[in-house]
Design a protein around this ligand. Structure first.
Ligand SMILES: [Zn+2]
Ligand SMILES: [Zn+2]
Length: 236
């Protein structure tokens, strides 16, 4: 309750540097400029920036369509977007979930009837951390979109090692079969919008999409806060 009272009593602060700002869940001008906003454009399918081309799909998606029908991220993964994600995850700054949701909200695609599903944590990690950061973001986004969020439909059925330092093939192997969707009837033919904080190689999201499809989901999309934009993947 005190948190609520304080939120009203104190002036809003920048989510990046804590400087006093005009509105809640926003950034000051300096922090705003250091973030690379990605918007809804880019490759129609994976959202990777397509600079100075009028191509609709990137070369990668043309060669092999990814398991997700649509992927969008609010910002590119960089120093500040990383700190925001870490502060939410490990620093327990849960208000940042609301900030992320604010900037992820405009990225919704044409699917208006969908089930929102956060990328789940393994129950052991959930127990340690006490919350799923993607679940918090999904809850705020669900309110903004007026869309149902199901926190239990998708499960991480086995713990996965940290993917940091692994190449794409190793990541794929590490998360293969790690997810399972439990309610096939509810999913049948439905559009699912996966919610995540950070998208790196996409192997976790792909494994989630595979599990959802196996349980009958139709279209699977992903909206996340930050994504790694590899310069090598840019189509110029
Ligand atoms: Zn700032
Ligand atoms: Zn693409």
């Amino acid at each position: 309750m005190w948190k609520v009272v304080l939120d009203f009593a104190l002036p809003p602060r920048c989510a990046g540097c804590a400087e006093i700002v005009e509105e809640v869940d926003g950034f000051c001008a300096d922090c705003w400029l250091t973030l690379d906003w990605l918007g809804s454009g880019g490759c129609e399918r994976c959202g990777i920036p397509l600079e100075a081309t009028d191509a609709e799909l990137c070369a990668r998606c043309l060669a092999a369509p990814p398991p997700l029908d649509r992927m969008r991220a609010a910002v590119a993964y960089g120093p500040l977007s990383r700190v925001i994600a870490l502060k939410l995850k490990y620093g327990r700054k849960v208000a940042l979930a609301r900030t992320m949701a604010r900037y992820m909200a405009p990225l919704r695609g044409p699917s208006t009837k969908a089930i929102m599903v956060p990328v789940p944590l393994h129950r052991r990690r959930l127990w340690w951390r006490g919350f799923n950061q993607s679940g918090l973001v999904a809850r705020h986004l669900g309110k903004r979109w007026d869309m149902p969020v199901d926190q239990h439909l998708l499960r991480r059925v086995r713990p996965t090692p940290p993917l940091k330092g692994m190449n794409e093939a190793q990541r794929r192997k590490a998360v293969s079969g790690a997810f399972a969707a439990i309610d096939g009837r509810r999913l049948s033919g439905q559009t699912v919008i996966l919610i995540d904080d950070v998208l790196t190689s996409g192997s976790t999201a792909a494994a989630c999409a595979k599990a959802l499809r196996k349980a009958g989901a139709g279209r699977v999309e992903l909206i996340c806060w930050a994504r790694v934009v590899r310069p090598g993947r840019l189509v110029r």
